[in-house]
Design a protein around this ligand. Structure first.
Ligand SMILES: [Zn+2]
Length: 299
């Protein structure tokens, strides 16, 4: 278990032992924090036939089936884009009978906010009146998109977000090369995303990004060239730019108005490119051009 999630896990495990666990849990927290692993491990604990020490025993029939990935009372719903009503109906059907292994039944719904309205409505009755010993774990990094009727029927479990120190400590156990401290701060609340970014070497690294910015600030390269080079990952680059400008703003005792405006512009750009039909490269190009023009950054 990830260090920042251990205490939450232990609390839930204790409540399970005391039979004081709500049957519908909404695990909420940002992407890249470990919700999926948490839910899978907790499901394994719920399904374990022994479950005496707040941990799965690892040797009972239920545990062995879970390791093998074919426990008959463990169900999952996930979708690339949207969870359709048929997926939910099918899952409910599986939960409706008695458990095949005479233990608990568990359903995990990943990215629950992607349920359509009819999917959510189809789930309501099950959330209200679940069959005995049934647990439903809903995961979401966008709970504001869930219907109030769903929210009111779940107990919200807010995943603990690690701070920069915790993320750095964990990263040290996963990655043996030096990492820019700024980059760790940028992804501090999403350690798994941070590690994923580091592992994908074909992507633009934060070092390359910062070097590119220095190149346009020092007029060694044309902003439009950089915007073209980075066009595959505009949304990410804009987020990095927003963060980088935030650091520039914070590091100055006297803040030039233009720099503050540029930071605001970056925040807007991040939002703008979420809309379909927006020319993302153009948005990036504009921001990079404005950065290149800003004299205060040259100092
Ligand atoms: Zn077991």
């Amino acid at each position: 278990m990830y260090p920042w999630l251990i205490s939450t896990f232990e609390q839930l495990a204790k409540r399970r032992q005391a039979n004081k666990l709500h049957h519908a849990l909404l695990l909420q927290g940002p992407q890249g924090i470990g919700k999926t692993d948490f839910a899978k491990q907790f499901a394994a604990l719920l399904l374990c036939a022994k479950n005496s020490q707040g941990q799965r025993c690892g040797v009972c029939h239920a545990c062995l089936l879970q390791y093998a990935g074919n426990h008959p009372d463990f169900h999952e719903v996930l979708s690339e884009k949207q969870i359709g009503v048929d997926q939910i109906r099918e899952a409910i059907k599986k939960l409706s009978g008695s458990a095949q292994l005479s233990g608990a039944k568990v359903l995990i719904i990943y990215a629950a906010h992607t349920m359509t309205e009819s999917s959510a409505n189809a789930l309501l009755k099950t959330l209200e009146e679940p069959t005995a010993n049934t647990f439903i774990l809903l995961l979401s990094h966008k709970v504001e998109r869930l219907l109030p009727t769903i929210l009111s029927r779940c107990e919200r479990i807010i995943m603990t977000i690690p701070d920069t120190t915790q993320t750095q400590a964990w990263l040290n156990t996963q990655w043996d090369k030096p990492v820019d401290a700024e980059f760790v701060r940028l992804y501090a609340s999403s350690p798994l995303t941070l590690l994923d970014e580091l592992q994908q070497e074909h992507k633009i690294s934060y070092e390359v990004f910062k070097a590119g910015l220095q190149d346009i600030i020092q007029q060694r390269v044309n902003p439009s060239q950089l915007a073209t080079d980075w066009q595959e990952q505009v949304e990410k680059i804009l987020k990095w730019l927003q963060f980088w400008l935030h650091l520039q703003v914070k590091s100055r005792a006297e803040l030039p108005e233009t720099l503050w405006q540029l930071h605001q512009q970056a925040i807007k750009a991040v939002k703008r490119v979420r809309n379909p039909g927006v020319n993302k490269v153009l948005v990036l190009n504009q921001l990079l051009t404005d950065i290149a023009m800003l004299k205060s950054l040259k100092e």
